[in-house]
Design a protein around this ligand. Sequence first.
Ligand SMILES: Cc1cc2nc3c(=O)[nH]c(=O)nc-3n(C[C@H](O)[C@H](O)[C@H](O)COP(=O)(O)O)c2cc1C
Length: 405
Amino acid sequence: MTSAAAFDRQIPDTAARKVEFISLSHLNPSTELDPIPTRGIDLAYFRTYVRALEEGGYDYTLLPYGAGGADSFVVASAVGQLTERIKPIVALRPNTTFPLVGAQKLATLDQLTEGRAVVHLISGGSDAEQARQGDYLPKDRRYARTSEYIDLLRRAWTEPAPFGHEGEFYRFDDFGPGFAPYDAPIPISLGGQSDEAFRVGGEKADIFSFWGEPLDDLTAEIDRVHAIARAAGRTTLPRIWVTFRPIIAKTDELAWKKAHEYVARIADTFGKSAYGRQSFLKGTPQNVGSQRALSFADKADLYDRALWTRTAAVTNAAGASTALVGSPETVAAAILDYVDRGADLVSIRGYDTLADAVDYGRHILPLVRQEIAHREATGRRGTLQADHLGNYTEDYRRHATADHR
Ligand SMILES: Cc1cc2nc3c(=O)[nH]c(=O)nc-3n(C[C@H](O)[C@H](O)[C@H](O)COP(=O)(O)O)c2cc1C
């Protein structure tokens, strides 16, 4: 697809009709650009950050989980009390919390936030990281455990009478009825891209999440998870969440200057700071999402309208690491390309974390929402994608490859 003509007024059949925005919450001002030696919570900063997401119009915020990080449940509860609208997504590793206790904590969060709780189940992408908290199961068994965990969460939230269970990983007697969510079952999201992740997510998850990949590759992955869901007899398919790290400026040219400066600073941070001493940054990552990101980065720096992989290459694709680079219009158009392929939950988090969260709220969310509203009202695409072609033009490619030193 190389010309404006390819972005005609026809809305693709696969396009999501509604889009919601996610951003991960940061607890202190340390960033990959300017790391500061702290592992703690800066309460004033955290309050400001969460308020910026609420005021910026985001719909959800992810509270990530790591063995050495803050507890995602406690942080999610704080998010709930600091906001009125935004939905906290608790990243939860099943090995850390017995399923009935997980169900109870999530239901409590859901009641405390009047129905805003979401859970993101993480089966664990690194054996070494799992072992830090006593989990020695191999990855395929961890996914089997996640599958049993999902069934138990749902039963704990809905069974009207006491029940017992004797499964491969969990056993208990006479539980229930459990503490119920606010009004409806809590959405269950799944992260991971191994075959096991697809199987469990396709069969059971309400939301299946990805890191940003080239459009055709992501489309194949969406088709794959939806095919598994259909084969399992599901009539409601998992929603699709895709994550990017946008780098924006007033024009594409300025955004590229910033991108090249950023990637040098990020490489520096990962090369010699505490980030670089983490074992998951050395060698080939065990999780498939990171392996895929690195293989895309090996093949090309730039894909589609604005997807940039250098940020993945210099971080060993640890966590979400693929960027979208350009003006707000170009990046919003690139997001819409993914919406056209079926993504309906878009996570965006910048490298200059708080400033970017504010900027995206002002400049990106409204553009995407305006286009969605236009489509809803007219049944046709607006002109944003045809007018801001990014990498489908010579000019953009020139800025992307210019020597910015
Ligand atoms: C959107 C998203 C968010 C994630 N958040 C976390 C997190 O907070 N903590 C964590 O350990 N892993 C997180 N992961 C990583 C995956 O869940 C992990 O790599 C997976 O359990 C195993 O990966 P695999 O199935 O691709 O091999 C996240 C993944 C995605 C796609």
